[in-house]
Design a protein around this ligand. Structure first.
Ligand SMILES: O=C(O)CCC(=O)C(=O)O
Ligand SMILES: [Fe+2]
Length: 299
């Protein structure tokens, strides 16, 4: 069956599409390797989460569980009531983000299987020192209210690819390509964060170059998955109350970017330590490539 394609956004020659029934080969050729974002309409079709998760489900099963959101502690039921009743003008704090394995370990099986497009992944590999992976959480669950916007425009740290799986409600994504970083004013103190907080209505006195940026925005709905390759600037706004589950990926296609990020992260370390970590990653990359290829050949 041919891949079903729906155009979501276009700006000049940059297009964001939603695809159904895409082969792994096509994903790697057209998205993973050239670093082209895409929305997958059916990657999570097997996830029990897509059928089962709702605000009602979380209130019933975990309503009394205490969660910390934006520095405040709530029983989850109280936070959910707030999400569902607050207004777009006065949204609940966002992101209401929790590590799934720490807060809801019993729900990990609801976000399985890991679909092929996001495999292999090296983030949890035992050969990668935890300090390099910045303790990236396996799966994070995000609860949002209508109007809740991610607090800044950014790209994911350490050069990771981001996978954001929309489970309940609709979220708008606003993205800008990596080669236009100079139009979005990276924060000199945190170069993966932009100083511009509203890309759709920027402060043109402070940020005049944003008018030249290719800003693409589109909606991702329940059961759909956003793939954001490393380096793409992004932020979100929930259009309704939302639940999403996100994870990062490190593989062959972002390995060199990851090495560059490790170099920057440890720029202040002793030169011998830096040289050693770079030499280690230079050797490890091809070894992991080989072992991943052998594993694929066996399956
Ligand atoms: O789902 C969202 O609101 C965006 C999440 C995100 O970009 C991140 O956590 O890095
Ligand atoms: Fe992100």
């Amino acid at each position: 069956m041919p891949t079903k394609i729906i155009e979501l956004a276009r700006h000049g020659d940059i297009v964001v599409e939603k695809k159904y029934g895409m082969s792994l080969e096509e994903f790697r050729r057209d998205h993973l390797n050239p670093l082209v974002p895409v929305v997958l309409g059916d990657a999570t079709a097997q996830w029990p989460a897509v059928k089962e998760f709702s605000f009602e489900f979380f209130k019933r099963r975990f309503g009394n569980r205490e969660v910390e959101i934006a520095g405040q502690h709530f029983p989850l039921a109280e936070f959910i009531d707030r999400l569902e009743t607050c207004t777009a003008e006065n949204p609940a704090p966002y992101p209401g983000k929790l590590a799934l394995d720490r807060h809801f370990p019993e729900l990990i099986e609801y976000v399985q299987p890991r679909f092929n497009y996001a495999c292999p992944d090296r983030i949890g590999h035992r050969a990668i020192p935890q300090s390099f992976a910045c303790g990236a959480a396996n799966y994070e669950i995000f609860f949002g209210s209508s109007g809740g916007s991610f607090p800044y425009v950014h790209y994911d740290y350490m050069g990771f690819h981001a996978w954001i799986n929309q489970i309940v409600g609709e979220k708008e994504f606003i993205i800008v390509p990596p080669w236009e970083s100079h139009y979005v004013y990276p924060d000199p103190a945190d170069p993966w964060k932009s100083l511009v907080n509203n890309l759709k209505d920027p402060d043109l006195e402070r940020f005049p170059l944003t008018t030249q940026a290719t800003v693409l925005s589109f909606i991702v709905g329940p059961g759909e998955t956003m793939f954001i390759p490393n380096g793409w600037w992004h932020t979100t706004i929930s259009k309704t109350a939302t639940i999403s589950v996100a994870f990062d990926q490190l593989c062959h296609s972002n390995w060199s970017r990851f090495r560059a990020e490790v170099r920057t992260k440890f720029a202040g370390a002793h030169p011998a330590k830096q040289a050693l970590s770079q030499a280690y990653l230079a050797l490890l990359g091809p070894m992991l490539d080989l072992s991943e290829r052998m594993r694929t050949a066996r399956t």
